[in-house]
Design a protein around this ligand. Structure first.
Ligand code: UD1
Ligand code: CA
Length: 495
């Protein structure tokens, strides 16, 4: 976008999201509803991405592109009526999305979008569905509302094919919609490579989303040919095929053109990512979360944040993270798949993964919480403390320069600066148990397996290799010896 000041960019970024969309649900459940199936085309390789990974598994907004499309489809019909057409790296795609409960149809050879629907014939023909809505697995911004509008419009028009279109300022690369004398009826869709210069001036593009009357689609789909620059069966040609067969082909235009954007190139994909994250930030702002400089934050689509929580610049909230109300997440913190209670303070530079934090806890700056860290209510983990698979009880503190791994630490414990749990003997990991009210002096090493009993003291700089009984004092260090005058004598001998 050329040279733009940070402020101008922030303003532009926020203004891009006009999320005052009505979330009204239309009538998919009304009695006269046709029986609708959804096909998601996701078999293509994504050559233009220059990637070894299948296009639909590339992530935007923190999850695979295809996962967004499936999640949206599931808001419209149940998973059993969703059929994802996979082909390139089919097993990888199936594995990544098996948890969604949808059906998969394999298009072993990818001979075009028309061919994808030919391969899925068995799923849709027969008498099960009146209507097939076709979505593109590489266009994740489509909303359930727009899918319902497309489906309802198709039913109301009693059309054989309805395509969703959009006006784009730069229609390059998309199929162009050729309307019949400017009416709702469509004569054909012309792909970029086949378009005449005059057709290329048309700004109304084919979004790649359609609704078909199932019988009309499968009675005529075999008329598609591969006589085009790509040598593929184009689903877009169904417009002309059905029009010629005197079937009704109509078009409905989206109000929000950004919903149909696809991800054929990395640049397009990053634009989608920006939009998804922006929309996410707008949703959170609407829910009462403060986000300073939202364009610097990376917040994944499924993250939840409670009201009055403040998120400072350059924060990343990833995966299935849930953050309570009245928290403060300070700059440069990266929180993945973690659950934080209310009133938690996360100071700058804290890194957290697969962890749980109780209400009122204070973390950071620069705390590294690795998977399995459980922090109790009001507990503190401070500067340069690394944790892994530990339980830190209510009100306990480890504020400075420690490594705590495979440890169960009770309530009201003070872990002194520089304390290390020696959990690994080179072969196995062992556990350290520190009971309630224990005081561990600074620079102690606790060689696991070891247990420090309730209320005990460990003297600073101790190396503890044996269990310490409750209420005892353990010293595990060399006794100090002092040689009077030694330093002075050394200095004088140097003269
Ligand atoms: C397609 C449309 C174009 C429309 C654009 C909107 C065709 C011929 N053209 O072009 O009019 O403007 O979408 O984004 O349909 N796929 C399969 N099997 C195949 C080929 C593709 O499942 O054999 C899948 C791809 O994985 C992808 C989707 O179909 O998810 C669309 O294919 P793509 O190659 O991206 O089509 P476009 O060139 O974008
Ligand atoms: Ca595409």
């Amino acid at each position: 976008m050329g040279r733009v000041s940070p402020l101008a960019f922030a303003v532009y970024w926020l203004s891009m999201a006009n999320t005052s969309k009505t979330k009204a649900k239309s009538s998919l459940s009304s009695p006269a509803r046709p029986r609708v199936a959804i096909a998601i085309m996701a078999a293509g390789k994504g050559t233009r991405l220059k990637s070894k990974h299948p296009k639909v598994l590339h992530e935007v907004g923190g999850k695979p592109i295809l996962a967004h499309v499936i999640a949206t489809a599931k808001k419209v019909v149940p998973a059993k009526d969703i059929f994802v057409i996979i082909g390139h790296e089919a097993e990888l795609v199936r594995e990544a999305l098996a948890g969604t409960g949808v059906n998969f149809v394999v298009q072993a050879e990818q001979r075009g979008t028309g061919h994808a629907l030919m391969v899925a014939r068995a799923a849709f023909s027969g008498d099960k569905y009146d209507q097939v809505v076709v979505l593109s697995g590489d266009a994740p911004l489509i909303t359930a509302e727009t899918i319902r509008k497309l489906s309802d419009f198709h039913a109301a028009q009693k059309a054989a094919m309805t395509l969703l279109s959009a006006d784009l300022d730069n229609p390059y690369g998309y199929g162009r919609v050729i309307r019949k004398g400017g009416r709702v009826e469509v004569q054909a869709i012309v792909e970029e490579k086949s378009a005449t210069p005059r057709q290329k001036n048309i700004r109304e593009i084919n979004s790649g989303f359609y609704a078909f009357a199932t019988p009309a689609l499968y009675e005529h789909i075999d008329r598609l040919s591969t006589a085009n620059p790509h040598g593929e069966y184009y689903l877009t040609d169904m417009a002309e095929v059905l029009h010629r067969a005197r079937k009704k082909v109509v078009v409905i235009k989206t109000e929000d053109a950004s919903e149909v954007l696809g991800s054929n190139t990395r640049a397009e994909m990053m634009m989608l990512d920006v939009r998804l994250r922006l929309t996410k930030c707008r949703e959170l702002l609407d829910e009462g979360v403060t986000i300073f400089y939202p364009h610097t934050c990376v917040i994944d689509s499924d993250v939840e944040v409670g009201a009055d929580t403040v998120i400072e610049p350059f924060v990343q909230l990833l995966g299935n993270t849930k953050i309570g109300a009245d928290c403060r997440i300070r700059s440069y913190s990266v929180i993945a798949n973690s659950i934080l209670g209310d009133r938690v303070t996360v100071r700058p530079g804290t890194i957290m993964e697969d962890s749980r934090v109780g209400a009122g806890a204070v973390l950071g700056p620069y705390t590294h919480m690795r998977p399995g860290t459980e922090v109790g209510e009001g507990a503190h983990l401070g500067n340069f403390v690394e944790t892994k698979k530990i339980k830190l009880g209510k009100g306990s503190k480890a504020n400075h320069l420690s490594y705590l791994g495979d440890a169960e630490i009770g309530e009201g414990v003070n872990v002194g600066a520089g304390t290390i749990t020696c959990n690994y003997d080179g072969v196995k990991k062992h556990k350290t148990v520190i009971e309630d009210g224990v005081f561990i002096g600074s620079d102690s090493t606790l060689v696991a397996p070891v247990k420090i009993g309730r209320g005990a003291y460990v003297a600073a700089a101790s190396c503890i290799t044996e269990d310490v009984p409750a209420d005892a004092l353990a010293l595990g260090r060399a006794r100090q010896s002092v040689k009077e005058g030694w330093a002075r004598a050394k200095r004088e001998s140097r003269r």
